[in-house]
Design a protein around this ligand. Structure first.
Ligand code: HEM
Length: 533
């Protein structure tokens, strides 16, 4: 951004179609080259030419527009400061990290807003700040573009790897330091002085990265970055042979290759035990035939961690194996879905694909167990994202509601709107508190106990989070009115989130299955521990 200073009089001299400047929030924008392309129209922009158009601008645009068009900024209005500029307001209030973010009520979790919490320490606060900066500058301004293009750019994976994001969300509960160089990442380099010293990494660090990423307000971008990696890689890290791990994991964590999990089929969704992709054994491996459907990242992934029937019927005959895009007989096509557009949801065909024995994950016919191992982690990822997306709906509604006026007063002054905001807030805060409590168990409870005791609560929590998301998305759309019915612009996030609700409520266990499983499992576990039911 240029560091020049202009008087209001100087700006006023640039008020024609070929020479058009406007002042917005004390910054001067030269929009001469944009007049004819302005989505709101040429005339309306020209009417504001040479003037301070802050008020009109704020009424019609979301905050991301100025970031995206920062290249039009040629300087500021007023006198240059006599001394070196004071630190920004955010830096001033951010010294001890107790206050962070915009302070919109319930727009961020309570530990951002000066509440005490037993879960977070300085490394969590530093990570929160670094991740937010990355999302604000490298992701948020481009989300709409990527979504409309129906793909995230491949350079995003290397950027995320360089931050340490891919390693943080790789999903094994700890940092997979054997497979990436911590000194190559912003988060983890520097030993004891790192943003997060690697040995301090815990479930809350991973959670913060997922939570802050979800502020981008796009399930497509979120799943584009980590929807495949977060569930496709853990089985390999946990159960793969040394050779398989060393061949695949470092490339995926460095963003050089991408991976996805291929389980669901056209006729086997939540019903994993009945999948029909089959293999015939050969002397050096398998010949695989079958179809997979709704596979996140399948459009571009290099590796498919695939559930294949290698044995008899039911869950005991399923293996996990890594199928590679380069293998003859693999073809993928993009599916047309309501949401998560940029995540590359694919329909996959395997036709006589020869898969070497070395690509089997763990032991033959143990795939069902490995898949089950993944579920708690996958569901907690969905809970994290769904809860933040619900918060985004609330935050956007509060921001919009405090500038949009109807019947002579701001929307937030209408009790009927405040009632909606209240119901959104109470559900988000309740879900968030439960989520933190469960997360804490994932880092204190032995892993075998987690499998037993957390499966039920996590299933219920998943349903809680997606129903909260559904409620908040709906109410936010009502608050935004027509703006939530058009793609892009001020209602961009809520319009998209509303379309993406089902992408959270169905995969990873539909609400119906989650609610039933959650109760069934909880009753069974309680009985095991002595409840007389
Ligand atoms: C730096 C200057 C400006 C830029 C970069 C800009 C950019 C944009 C963009 C990208 C949109 C599409 C909607 C969105 O993404 O939010 C838009 C829409 C619009 N803009 Fe601007 N704009 C500027 C200044 C202004 C000014 C000064 C006015 C009014 C005086 C204005 C009035 C509008 C209107 C009425 C719309 C349509 C809103 C709608 O669809 O609801 N813009 N502008």
């Amino acid at each position: 951004m240029a560091n020049k200073w202009f008087s209001a009089k100087e700006v006023a001299a640039h008020s024609s179609e070929s020479d058009c400047w406007v002042i917005i929030h004390d910054k001067v924008y030269d929009v001469s080259s944009f007049v004819n392309d302005h989505p709101g129209g040429k005339k309306i922009l020209l009417k504001a030419a040479g003037t301070d158009a802050t008020k009109q601008f704020d009424a019609f645009h979301g905050p991301g527009v100025l970031e995206k068009y920062a290249h039009f900024c040629i300087g500021s209005v007023g006198e240059p400061p006599k001394e070196v500029a004071a630190p920004s307001a955010t830096a001033a209030i951010d010294d001890d990290g107790r206050i962070f973010g915009d302070m919109i009520p319930f727009g961020d979790p309570s530990w951002y807003q000066d509440w005490d919490s037993p879960y977070y320490k300085d490394s969590h606060r530093r990570l929160r700040k670094a991740t937010r900066h990355f999302v604000d500058t490298e992701i948020m301004p481009f989300v709409h573009e990527w979504d409309e293009a129906k793909q995230v750019p491949m350079f995003l994976f290397t950027k995320c790897a360089e931050m340490g994001i891919l390693a943080a969300v790789a999903g094994t509960g700890k940092l997979p330091v054997e497979y990436f160089n911590v000194e190559d990442t912003l988060f983890f380099r520097g030993g004891a002085n790192a943003i997060v010293p690697p040995e301090e990494f815990d479930a809350f660090h991973s959670f913060i990265v997922g939570d802050e990423l979800a502020r981008c307000g796009s399930g497509g971008v979120l799943w584009g970055i980590c929807g495949g990696l977060g569930i496709g890689l853990p089985p390999i890290i946990k159960f793969g042979s040394d050779e398989l791990r060393n061949r695949i994991v470092p490339d995926c964590l460095a963003g050089r290759k991408t991976i996805c999990l291929a389980i669901t089929e056209p006729s086997a969704g939540s019903d994993v035990a009945n999948l029909t992709t089959v293999s015939n054994e050969t002397s050096d491996g398998y010949i695989v035939n079958g179809e997979k459907k709704w596979i996140t990242n399948g459009v571009f992934a290099d590796y498919f961690t695939t559930a294949v029937r290698t044995g008899g019927e039911g869950m005991g005959g399923v293996s996990l194996m890594v199928i590679e895009r380069s293998m003859p007989g693999v073809s993928t096509r993009q599916m047309k879905c309501s949401g998560v557009w940029s995540s590359g949801t694919a329909y996959i065909n395997f036709e006589d694909v020869a898969v070497p024995r070395a690509n089997i994950v763990g032991k033959e016919n143990r795939g069902f167990k490995y898949i089950m191992h993944n579920f708690n982690h996958e569901r907690m990822g969905i809970v994290t994202q769904a809860t933040r997306l619900a918060r985004v709906c609330l935050e956007e509604s509060l921001k919009y509601g405090s500038k949009r006026k109807t019947f002579g007063t701001k929307l937030i002054n209408h009790p009927v709107i405040r009632n909606k905001l209240a119901h959104m807030s109470r559900q988000i805060e309740a879900t968030h508190a439960w989520m933190e409590s469960v997360l804490y168990q994932t880092q204190t409870m032995p892993e075998d106990m987690q499998m037993l005791k957390l499966g039920g609560p996590i299933a219920l929590l998943k349903a809680q989070s997606t129903q909260t998301l559904e409620y908040c998305a709906r109410e936010a759309c009502q608050i935004f009115g027509g703006l939530a019915y058009t793609r892009g612009g001020q209602g961009e996030k809520v319009e998209r989130i509303y379309r993406e609700v089902r992408a959270y409520a169905i995969p990873g266990g539909s609400e119906e299955i989650m609610l039933d499983l959650g109760m069934r499992q909880s009753i069974k576990v309680a009985q095991m521990f002595g409840a007389k039911l």
